[in-house]
Design a protein around this ligand. Structure first.
Ligand code: NDP
Length: 337
């Protein structure tokens, strides 16, 4: 691929510098840069360094508060709350994680609620960070109302990702992380740019009719995956990471955006469960059973979720990454216009 080759350290330095140049406070810039570098490293281009353009735009348009100071509180013994004060969600997560882990170890289970934060990233970096503490993790976040409930045709839910992480002794954790939609919104956008039709199952136009026109779906409503099942999961994400933690639903978040088309502002819920709390002396035996299940999945020729990411990571760590030339040019222009 034609592009600019960089080590991960060079990429990190570039991302930090570009985020600072648009006015993001250094602690935010470092935390946000880290998730982008992780995405690029793991071959997740849509959540990689391309997101610098999105984050810089969110700062410039006033969607994200650049110097927000996250406020950590403990509403109950097993609960941590971090008010993001309108800034990006990465720093609030970093600030809340140590207390979340400590509480999960003390109580067996704990929850971290991040509120009033701008979330544009993938959830796997966060669940992976929780599994690095030896804990099982679940994470949820709503976003902007782009998705119709099953049986309806008007946007109501966000694309509402769910992520899960299971620590594996001596290996990379078992992690999955996906939106509750039939397909990612970015995929529909790519079809629009390429002038390609989309399958009729991806969404509805603004009149509520099934359509193969990508732009019509973007202006209309996307569909949840799995019919009523994905729809109920999307509603669950709204409830857990919206009203339950005192934050907005995706409809409210879109209304609050006021047409700026910025990254969603709202809540995120992260649960941490301590296997030692449940298993005590039985831990080794039950973790061996989990490993046997993973082996049985792979024995059928199936792959584990995140296996692709870990393979990409191994290559990036030794060889660095290549940023496509047009994207590199756009990144270098940040701060000069
Ligand atoms: P995908 O449909 O691409 O599914 C991704 C997950 O499924 C990954 O864990 C992936 O592992 C795994 N997977 C994919 N193919 C297989 C396979 N054949 N066998 C086993 N596992 C497989 O994800 P989405 O497009 O729905 O979401 C992509 C990202 O977008 C997520 O990280 C999500 O958090 C993020 N997102 C963020 C939002 C926000 O508001 N912050 C909103 C919506 C999405 P692998 O990575 O190894 O391929």
């Amino acid at each position: 691929m034609s592009g600019v080759h960089m080590t991960l350290d060079e990429l990190r330095a570039l991302a930090r510098a570009k985020l600072r140049v648009v006015g993001l406070a250094p602690d935010h810039a470092d935390a946000v840069a880290e998730t982008m570098v992780s995405g690029e490293r793991d071959g997740c281009a849509s959540h990689g360094i391309y997101r610098l353009l999105v984050a810089a735009g969110s700062v410039k348009s006033g969607v994200a508060v650049p110097d927000a100071v996250p406020e950590v509180s403990e509403p109950a013994p097993a609960l941590v709350k971090v008010d993001g004060k309108g800034g990006f969600a990465q720093l609030p997560f970093e600030r809340g994680l140590p207390l979340l882990a400590e509480k999960a170890r003390r109580h067996g289970i704990a929850a971290l609620a991040i509120t009033n934060a701008v979330h544009f990233a993938a959830l796997w970096p966060e669940v992976e960070a929780v599994t690095q503490q030896g804990l099982v993790a679940l994470a949820f976040t709503p976003n902007h109302a782009w998705v119709a409930p099953a049986g309806g045709t008007k946007p109501l839910f966000g694309t509402n990702p769910i992520a899960f992480g299971w620590p594996r002794p001596g290996g990379d954790p078992f992690v999955f992380d996906f939106a509750t939609t039939e397909v990612a919104r970015g995929e529909i956008e790519l079809h629009r740019r390429a002038g390609k039709p989309v399958p009729e199952t991806w969404g509805y136009d603004a009149q509520g009719q099934p359509t193969t026109d990508a732009k019509a779906v973007l202006d209309g409503a996307m569909r949840t995956f799995g019919g009523h099942k994905g729809s109920a999961l999307a509603a669950m994400v709204e409830l857990l990471a919206g009203p339950l933690i005192g934050d907005m639903t995706s409809s409210e978040s879109l209304a609050a955006d006021g047409g700026r088309m910025g990254s969603p502002i709202g809540g995120e819920l992260i649960l941490a469960l301590d296997p030692k709390g449940f298993l005590g002396a039985n831990l080794e035996d039950r973790f061996a059973a989990a490993e046997a299940m993973f082996a049985a999945i792979e024995a059928q020729g199936a792959r584990l979720p995140s296996a692709r990411r870990y393979a990409a990571r191994a290559i990036s760590l030794s060889e660095g990454v290549t940023i496509p030339a047009p994207l590199y040019a756009d990144i270098m222009a940040i701060g000069s216009n």
